[in-house]
Design a protein around this ligand. Sequence first.
Ligand SMILES: [Zn+2]
Length: 269
Amino acid sequence: MGDDTIPPEFLEPEGDAERQDPDLVLETATATLRNLWREWMCRRGDGTFTDVEFFGRRIGGVPTPAVDAYRALERALHTAGYRPDSRWAYNCRLIEGTDQPSLHSAGIAVDIDPDENPYSEGDPFAGKIGPDHVAAALAIRNTDGARVWSWGGHWSKPDRMHFQLDRGPAAMDVDWRTVPGGEDDDGGGDTDLEEDEMVLSKGMKSPAVKRFQECLLGWDPKALPKDGADGIYGSETVDWVGRFQASFGLEKNGRIDGVTAALLVAHGK
Ligand SMILES: [Zn+2]
């Protein structure tokens, strides 16, 4: 783990999760996470670390139980069309203004593109990270159906660059069926780029439409009550695709583009 010098742009103040918006989706408190991952904190315990390749750059100091979670995050963001220029995970330090270690101190938080995703007030999506990217990342579940990552952009002061694990080391078994893009067999690369460009919309009639209608039915058996999976992209399909998008925080446009398609496949079993 040789390259541990932190570039200055990654020394973000970092919002503490306890100060997040109350209706927000962090499921495990930061204090609890700190305790669950204490063996990895600043490498003072017995925790083991592994280097991972994350968007083409080696990041050191990832807790070994979290390696699959990082692979899944890369896969989901990639499928949603996100391409980071910079990223950093492990960093032994306190949260600014507190005596508590940052979750970066255990390598269970990763910052992505701090220049383009600044820590500041205002619209969480004012940076390079958009709703599609976040929805894809937060769709990742473990085998108990619990969410694996949370996003700092949802905190009361948006920390747009910051993703952190939302579970302890014993709950890191990723359910790859929930990862947009699925398991990446070739260990990286641009295998799904063509999917980014695919759009299905109202008026189309095809086996692909039928396939995604079946995914909608797998997601909610009450979907498409009138026409079912008939392969025709009518008003009812537009309506239900919109409901599906809204449930993942996506723009409710009723069209099936790359991210909506990936989420339908992942959650429509
Ligand atoms: Zn961070």
